[in-house]
Every structure is written in C-alpha cells, then in structure tokens.
Design a protein around this ligand. Structure first.
Ligand code: 1HN
Length: 378
C-alpha cells in the first residue's frame, strides 16, 4: 500500500515563516513564485479531476431540447444544442475532463450551415430518422443509435430530411454531439471557418465511405492512398454493431469490467476513429454485472438500449435509454444490466487516444471486495 504523505522527504514540506512570506511577496511582484508552495498541488500523487460523476436524464432534458426548436432558429444558433456541463467545469464548457457533449435538435426539413473547426466531433443519434450530415462533401444518413464522426478541420453541415423514410408526420432529430473542444482550447489551438459558399456541394454517392470501407476486414482498392489521421469510414450504423456484439457474446465472455465491448475502429489501422477521441459500444448480457476498474482518461456514456446501474466513484447512477453520464479520469466504475431477460447497451466515447499517444495510459482493477466498490448513499 503506497502512503501518500506530503510531510515525507521527497515532497515539498516547507513551513512558512514571516521571512518567507516577505520573500514570496517580492517574487510575486516579479511575476514569479516559490515552486515549493504549490508543488504538491500541481503534482498530485494521482489524478485529481475537478469533474464529478454526473448523470443527465434524457426524460428531463428532452422537453427542453425540443423547446429550443421554437425558441431559436438553426441559422441564428449556428447549431441548436443544449450543452451538458460538469458543475465545476462550466467555465471551459466541459462535460468531463477536457471533453464536451451536448444534445442537438433539428426539426423536419431543417438544415444547418457548413463550417469547420480544429476540434473533432462525433455524433450518436438518439431519436429521429431523417438525419444527415455532409462531411467534406460526403453525405451520410444516420438513424437511431448510429455513430458518425466529423474529424477535425473537415467541413460539415447537418440537416433533417424529415420526409423520405421518416415517420409520418416527420419528427425532429435529436443527436448527441461529442467534441474535444475543451482539449483544443486548453492547448490554445482552436481555429474556425465558415464555409465560403455557406453550404457544401455533395461529392459522390450518399454513404460512400460506408460502401467503400464498411466491410471491415476487406481492404478496398485505393486504401493505400489514405494517409489521414482519422478513419476513412465516417459512419457506423447500429445494426451491424449490435450484430457484432451479439456474435461476440456467442464466442466469449468479453471483458470482466465492460461485458462485450467493441471499439469503433479505423478499418485500415485497427486504431481509434480519430486521434483525440475513441468510442465504444458495449453489451451487458441479461443479468450481467461487471467488476470495477479505472483508467487514465475521461469517458462519457450514453444508455443506448435497456436500463441499468453504474457505480462511478462510489456513486450510484441508474440509467435508461438516452441518459448520459460521465466518468472522470481515474474514477472507479462498474456497470450492471437491470434486466434479467434483455440485454442492455452502453455507448461511450473517451480521450484515451490522447492518453496513449502521450504515454499517460494506465488501467487498474478494483482490488477489494470481489471487484465491487462500496456505494456512497445518495
Ligand atoms: C459544433 O460545431 C457542432 O457542428 C455541434 O454540429 C456542437 C459544440 C461546440 C462547438 C462546436 C456541429 C458543437 C460544435
């Protein structure tokens, strides 16, 4: 067991005196300071996220998201989005760590203007059948539980056809946006451009990346010419994703911490879909409950199917379809399906690719109590 004492040799343990206080004042006047006064704070023993575990209830938020349809136009808002903020992270518009998420709504027949930014984005569709997005000229149609990416600096615009193939009467689309905006801003790296023609021209057939790269293990002709840092596949429909999880469940028990879990991957490299964010879909079998683990990196979960309970840093979070919750870096977390007859699925995205690229990645299993955390009463 490691002891974490800030009084030990090896940590900063200066006792302040009147002389030192006077000295600190002289340093402060020169925009300087004594490192030993803050060393332990800026070099904690382990991650000390300011973000807390939070759940955002879809049943509570949905009426407010829909209310925005009549309150603001898409053209004025740019994007009509209700952002989800961690209480201590509002100042940087973060949901957890340096990740952002929000709920975007588009009415039938609406379309949004095209822009691009340094931040990468991803989408997970919660409801509505008419959604489309154009990413660097490529039009993608997405439906409920589909996952799509908008890699950084790609032109993008979205809309809701609301007619063809949609319900009658046509309904709104609500999808979840996930962005690394707080990360990009923390690095002082943001850029933004409005498309010179306001809207893009579609290039090629709708869903062309899916036709070309959607066969997973089959590498298409021309793949050698793809040298971008993101996946050439821009959309990952729900049906094959769910089927892959069901098939994997026939062959394996999956992860003790996550059940049957699959990462949405770049079909050419097997790596994450984008350099800063990765996403997963996981299936908890009927009656399944997992053991707790923790990782360096932040995660945002969406209940995609069914209902269950997750324990995050000792806090119990009950979820049902559309609910979103977050796991701060290095927080213990475990999941349980509430049903003993149906499976449940959790979508999640994270900043793990950043942690891995920088050599920060760590993962640990909860050591005690059969892998289960004590739960703090609410
Ligand atoms: C953005 O560009 C979109 O393009 C959605 O749909 C949400 C949140 C913050 C900053 C930019 C979009 C966003 C965003």
């Amino acid at each position: 067991m490691t002891t974490y004492s800030d009084d030990m040799l090896g940590r900063a343990r200066v006792r302040d005196t009147a002389d030192l206080e006077a000295y600190y004042a002289k340093l402060a006047a020169l925009e300087a300071g004594a490192l030993w006064t803050i060393a332990n704070k800026i070099e904690p023993w382990y991650p000390q996220p300011q973000s807390r575990p939070v759940k955002w209830s879809y049943a509570d938020l949905r009426p407010l998201v829909l209310e925005a349809l009549r309150l603001v136009s898409g053209d004025d808002a740019g994007r009509r989005v209700v952002a989800l903020y961690n209480p201590e992270r509002r100042d940087i518009a973060a949901t957890v760590g340096l990740l952002y998420t929000g709920l975007q709504v588009m009415g039938p027949g609406e379309s949004m203007t095209a822009h691009r930014h340094q931040a990468a984005a991803l989408r997970f569709v919660l409801e509505g059948t008419g959604a489309w997005t154009i990413v660097d000229g490529q039009k993608l149609k997405v439906g409920p539980r589909d996952f799509a990416i908008t890699p950084n600096w790609t032109w993008h615009e979205h809309g809701n056809e609301g007619i063809e193939g949609g319900p009658d009467p046509a309904g709104p689309v609500i999808w979840q946006d996930g962005l690394d905006i707080p990360l990009v801003n923390a690095l002082d790296a943001p850029f933004y451009e409005v498309h010179p023609d306001v809207y893009q021209k579609q290039v090629g057939v709708t869903n062309s990346s899916l036709y070309t790269y959607g066969a997973g293990q089959l590498r298409p002709f021309g793949a050698d010419t793809w040298h971008k840092s993101h996946s050439p596949l821009l959309a990952y429909p729900w049906e094959p994703t769910y089927e892959a999880l069901l098939n994997a469940a026939k062959a394996s028990d999956g992860s003790p911490y996550d059940g049957i879990i699959m990462e949405y991957s770049n079909p050419l490299t097997g790596g994450s879909v984008m350099p800063t964010m990765s996403a997963h879909m996981q299936l908890l079998r009927a009656g399944e409950s997992t053991s707790a683990h923790r990782q360096v990196g932040s995660k945002i979960y969406t209940a995609a199917k069914g209902s269950g309970t997750s324990i995050v840093a000792g806090q119990r979070i009950d979820w049902t379809e559309g609910d979103i919750f977050c796991v701060p870096s290095w927080a213990w977390h475990e999941h349980a399906n509430a049903s003993t007859s149906d499976d449940a699925c959790l979508f999640s995205f994270n900043d793990f690719p950043v942690m891995r690229a920088l050599g920060f990645w760590r993962e640990e299993a909860y050591p005690d109590n059969d892998g289960h955390q004590p739960v703090t009463p609410n």
